[in-house]
Structures are given as C-alpha cells and as structure tokens.
Design a protein around this ligand. Structure first.
Ligand SMILES: Nc1ncnc2c1ncn2[C@@H]1O[C@H](COP(=O)(O)OP(=O)(O)OP(=O)(O)O)[C@@H](O)[C@H]1O
Ligand SMILES: O=P(O)(O)OC[C@H]1O[C@](O)(CO)[C@@H](O)[C@@H]1O
Ligand SMILES: [Mg+2]
Length: 442
C-alpha cells in the first residue's frame, strides 16, 4: 500500500488550551526505548528493506502520532460530556474497554457526564434515545468479569443526522465508538454530519474485531482470548477422533475474510492436521485436493483433525441466494457442514467409513470475558482513547502498532483488511506445524 506521511496525520479540533491532569507527570518525560514523547512519531515500517524502498529522508517516512496523555488538552473537563457506544459482533474485552474509559474519565479528568448508548448505533436514534444510561464508577465496577457488553450491541443502518441530533441534545463533546470496520464507517458518517453542521464534537474509535482483520493494529483486543477458547474445541475433536475408527474431527471457527483465529488456535494446540483459511484457496477433488489428502492421513494415522475458518472455500459453495445481514455483511455458506458431508461421502466411498465429530463453537469463543492479557490491552487502549478525545483528536482511532500505542486516521482502519499472508511467516508456521501441503491445487 502506498502511504504518504500526510495520509497518517490525524485531525484535531483545535489548539489545546487547558491544563491536562497529567501535565506534572509528563513534565520530566523524554523519549526513551519505553516511552514515545508526544511530539515524537512511531515508524510504520520495521524492516530496512521497506524503509529504504520509501526513498525519502527519515523525517518524511510514514510515521504515526504517539498515543497517550498530552500536557495540554482541548476540552475543559468540568464542562465535558462524553458518550460511549459498542457496535457489531461481540468480542472479549468490550466491557474492559468501557470500564477503562469510564474510570479514566472519572478518576483523572473528572468530566461532567458519561453516557452509554444502548444497543449500538440504534441507541443514538430518536426512537431509543430515552434508553441512554449514565455511567459512573459504580456502574462499571466489576463488568470486566463478564463477556459481552453492558451497553448491548447491534447491526443495522442508522441515520447519521438523527444520531448527531442525539449528541447535540445530550451535549456530548466526545463520542467513543468501540466497533469493527462497519462501526468505523458509521463513525465517519457521524463525523461528516458533525462537520457539515460546524459542531465541536470529537469522535474516537477503539477498533474491535474478533477476526483480527483490521489493519494497522498488531492484534485486536479479545483475539487472544478467543483463539485460546477455540483450542479446547480442537482438543475435544482430537480426542474423539483418536478413539474412533477412521475418526474425523472438524472445528469451524470464526473468520469471515481472515483465518487468524484458525491459524493461532491450530498452532497453539498443534493437534490439527489441516487448517483451511479464506486466504488460501483449495480444491476438494483430484490427487492434490483436500479429500485425497484427508484420506491419505486417515490411512496412515487412523484419524484426522481439520480446522476450518468460516470464510474458507466459499467459492466451492452454492453462491445463489446469498443474503446479507442487517449491516450489509454477506452471510456466508456453511463450509463446516459442507466439508463434513464431502469427507463423509469420500471416506465411505474409498472404504474408510468415518466417525465424524463436527464442532462449530463460534459464539462460545467470542462471548467470554477477556483473559488477563487482553484485559491489560483493553485498559491501555481505553486510556489512549480518552487521552486522544480530551486532546481534541477526532476521526481518529487508537491502535497498538508494533507494540506502541498510536493514533491513526479513521479512514485508514477501513482502507483494507488484515489477512493472513500466504507468503508470510505465520502461514509458514502453520504449514510446519500441521505438515499439510502448501497448496491443495494441482
Ligand atoms: N458503510 C456504512 N455506513 C454507515 N454505517 C455502517 C456502515 N457499515 C456498517 N455500519 C453500521 O455500523 C454498525 C456495525 O457494523 P457491522 O454490523 O458491520 O459490525 P462491525 O462494526 O463491522 O463489527 P464486526 O464485523 O466485528 O462484527 C451497524 O450499526 C452498521 O449499520
Ligand atoms: O452472527 P453475528 O452476530 O452476525 O456475527 C457473526 C460474525 O461476526 C464476526 O465475529 C465478526 O465480524 C464474524 O467472524 C462472524 O461471521
Ligand atoms: Mg465488520
């Protein structure tokens, strides 16, 4: 992707005139290997070859604004009201992010009001405006112990004009949107409406995706919890497959366009013999197809385990009648059940009638509470989001990039998808761990 330094500059509502509650703490801080000063920038690239290929002086190579508290802030905390909304599918850690935002705004910035909108963008519409809840320390006290989101979520289109009316009615100065690519597209429409009306409202995104498919972020929050949950299902089908004659275990995991959960879950337990992901097309038939490979494995080992991402092999499924969900996302065909049927038919035909154990733990891996690692990650993202909002950044998303918390323009988070690179070292590790061929095509 061609990236110019100017594409990476985030918007600010105006000059920061108020003292930050962190001013004193920041006074003595200088850039170090562990701290990036607010005036410093974080490099996008981390290999010599890519940096050299940019062909520009070091101060012009693509770089990102460091996240974190500022010495001066844009909003006067005493007079600031804030809104929080969670949209799209569930993901471990949503409650941790809500809690972190509320705690930071309350304990350090002492803002006037924090409102939570119920059930995603629907909660900002005229019809549901009365469902808004005021959030304080007590309301978020131990919500991190639970999966899901205390605010609820939703999919489906909402009118940005109506949503901005709600922000104005409640006197919201900063809106925090915790959501995926669709949510960030929705947030940009809210920003456009705010701009068109000449309003002084900041919109900050905290990117959420269980699929780990958003770009410019090392690994999305909740992803580690989710794939760790998935491993127990792989372990189950492995044990089942070992105990049966011609045992076949299949686990279908979430991942519409990106197979990260499948890859990480498979690597972490190392019981999978085949991992099928959307980024690596495969054929079923022929000498190098999946069916023949599975057959060979069963002949040699008496069993086989397959981990398949939900978006894998969609081209093999009947395309007609494909529908979309309320947000316009294409509903996928069920590759798990399809494979189960095809493998059963094939092994039966070649004289290896199988015992197939098929698990689809989709919601079971995303509805749980965040693990300790993700909780830490969430609270740090929440702090970064609050600092960005109070400093008047807008149309800005906080992410962790190459282990640094940084700001990126919202448009970049929807500019493309993060996917497993079939030439990259993650996929190489999967091939090494499973022993599966690099391709299932002739
Ligand atoms: N292009 C768009 N313009 C405006 N709003 C959008 C757009 N795409 C999605 N939205 C809104 O954003 C919200 C969430 O979108 P969506 O259901 O696609 O989930 P998401 O944020 O992409 O999260 P995930 O994919 O991780 O579940 C929905 O209310 C949806 O209507
Ligand atoms: O069934 P729901 O709630 O629409 O969500 C399913 C989708 O959400 C995701 O978790 C995130 O986009 C996908 O992996 C999955 O296809
Ligand atoms: Mg999405």
């Amino acid at each position: 992707m061609t990236l110019e330094l100017d594409d990476l500059r985030v918007r600010t509502l105006g000059a920061c005139r108020y003292d930050s509650p962190f001013a004193e703490m920041l006074a003595s801080k200088r850039t170090s290997p562990h701290y990036v000063h607010e005036d410093d920038r974080v490099l996008v690239d981390d290999t010599v070859s890519v940096l050299l290929s940019r062909g520009v002086p070091i101060d012009q190579v693509p770089s990102l604004e460091a996240a974190g508290p500022r010495r001066k802030i844009y909003f006067d905390p005493d007079a600031t009201s804030v809104g929080i909304v969670t949209c799209g599918g569930l993901c471990p850690g949503l409650n941790d992010v809500i809690r972190g935002i509320v705690q930071e705004l309350t304990e350090h910035y002492h803002v006037a009001h924090i409102y939570g909108f119920r059930n995603g963008y629907a909660g900002l519409t005229r019809q549901h405006r009365d469902r808004v809840v005021e959030l304080d320390l007590r309301a978020v006290a131990d919500i991190n112990n639970d999966g899901g989101t205390i605010l609820g979520s939703s999919r489906g289109d909402q009118d940005p004009e109506e949503m901005v009316d709600t922000l104005v009615e409640l006197g919201i100065d900063v809106l925090f949107v915790i959501g995926g690519d669709g949510s960030m597209r929705g947030a940009m429409k809210i920003v456009n409406t705010i701009d068109a009306r000449g309003l002084d409202i900041a919109v900050i995104g905290v990117p959420k995706t269980i699929d780990n498919d958003l770009p410019f972020t090392d690994q999305s929050f909740g992803f580690q919890t989710a794939f760790a949950q998935a491993t127990s299902f792989i372990a189950s089908v492995f044990i089942e497959s070992q105990a049966a004659e011609n045992g076949v275990g299949i686990v279908k995991l979430m991942g519409r366009h990106s197979g990260f959960i499948a890859c990480y879950a498979a690597l972490s337990i190392n019981d999978a013999d085949f991992v099928l992901i959307p980024e690596v097309p495969f054929v079923l038939g022929g000498p190098s197809g999946v069916l023949r490979r599975v057959e060979d494995h069963v002949r040699r080992h008496g069993q086989v385990v397959i981990v398949v991402a939900e978006g894998a092999g969609q081209e093999l499924l009947e395309q007609e009648g494909r529908t979309t969900d309320a947000s316009g996302n294409t509903k996928l065909g069920d590759i798990g059940l399809f494979l189960k049927q095809k493998i059963t038919d094939h092994l039966t035909e070649v004289g290896l009638p199988p015992t197939v154990r098929y698990l689809d733990p989709s919601y079971a891996i995303r509805s749980v509470a965040a693990n300790a690692y993700d909780s830490v990650y969430c609270v740090r993202l929440a702090h970064a989001a609050v600092h960005a909002g109070m400093a008047g950044r807008t149309e800005t998303v906080v992410v962790r990039w190459r282990r640094r918390f940084v700001h990126i323009p919202m448009s970049l988070i929807t500019s493309h998808r993060n996917q497993v690179d079939p030439d990259g070292d993650l996929w190489m590790s999967v091939l090494e761990a499973t022993g599966q061929p690099a391709s299932f095509t002739d």
